[in-house]
Write a protein that binds this ligand. Sequence first.
Ligand SMILES: [Zn+2]
Ligand SMILES: [Zn+2]
Length: 382
Amino acid sequence: MLSFCDLHVHLGKAAGKPVKVTASSSLTLSRALDYAEHFKGLQVMGIIDAACSGVLQELKLMLSQNNLSEKQGGGFSTPSGFLVIPGAEWEMEIKGARVHLIAFFPGIESLEAFNSYLRKKVSNPGLSTQFLRDRIHKVFPLVGQLGGFLGFAHAFTPFKGFFGQLDSLEELGEFASKIKFLELGLSADSNIADGIAELHSLPFIVGSDAHSFQNIGREYLEIDTPVKDFGHFFRVVSSGEGIRGFRGFPPALGKYYQTRCRHCGFNPGSKEEKVCPRCLQQGLIQGVSDRIARLSKTRVQPPERPPYFPHLPLHLLPGFGPKTIEKLYEKLGTELDIIHRVPPEKLARILDSKGVELILSLRRGELGIESGGAGQYGKVKG
Ligand SMILES: [Zn+2]
Ligand SMILES: [Zn+2]
C-alpha cells in the first residue's frame, strides 16, 4: 500500500470569494478533494490556502458536518480516509528579495491562530500568497510555536524562489534552523539541489503548485505506507525513511532551465551577463541549471536521498487530449493507477503503441526531454 502525496494545491474560490486569483474559480475545497481522490488517485493532499479566511471557514463547516474530521496526530481526514495536510503560502522580503514560503499546520486551532496573525500583516487575508509585512524573526518562530513546519516554496524558481535570488541559507542568520524542508520541483530535482552542500541536511518535498484540476498530482511524494496523520507524515519527511521517491516535473522542461535569450532564444552556455552575444539585446535570462552550478562551490558527496523520477500528468503528454484522458479514467481508473498499475495490455485497448510507451516510460521515470529556457517550456520527446 503506497501513499501518493501532493503537498501544494491552491484553491480558486472559498465562501463565495476568490482565494488564489490565478486559480480556476471552479476549484473549490470540496471539489479539489473529490478530484484528487477519485480522478487523480492521491491519498494525501496539502491544501496550501488553508489559513485564508474563506477556506478556513469552509474547513470548519466541513468538520461540523462530519465531511472532515480532525486527526489526533494532526491533519484532516475525509470519511473515506483521504488525508488533508493544511498549510499556508506567503511572500515576504528577505535581504531585498521577494521570497515564497510555506508552512503546514496540524489543525484548526493552529490555522486560526495563523489566520489572525495574517489579518494584521497582509492586505487581504482571504487571498493566498499575499505579501506579508513582517520580518523573519517574527514569523519564523511563530510557525514553530503553533506546531507547524516551515519551508521554502519552489526554492529554485528565478522570481520568487529563495535560491532563485539568494545565495545561501546564511542570509537567514540564526533563523536558518527554523527552515524544516525545501520544496523542489518545477525547476530543480534533488541532484541539482544537492549541488549546494549546505542543503545536504535539509529534507526535500515536492508539490505540484496546482492552480487547476488538471495539475493536481503534477508532482508528488511516494511513501511506502499509508500515511496516518500530520505527525506521521512529517516524521517520514524529516527522516527520509519510507519515501520511495519524488515524482516531479523534469527540470529540463522548466521555463528557466537553460540560460537563454528571451528575444532570440539563443543559448550561450553559462553566462552571467545580460547582453545576448547573438542578437546583442539585453535579453539573457540565467537558467536554473547554470545558477545552481555557480552556487555549488565545493563538491561534497551528497547524502543518500530517495530517487527523483521525472513525471508529468497525463494532460501534458504529447497526444493525450481531454477525450482520451476521460476515456482512460472511465475505463481504467485514476491517473496514478493508469501510470503505475494498469498492465500494458489494458492500456493498449485505449491507446496506440506510442501512448502506451509514454505511460511506461513515466512509470519507469524515464521521459525524454528537450530543455526549456527564457520563459519557454521544454518539450517531451515522444
Ligand atoms: Zn509560490
Ligand atoms: Zn503556490
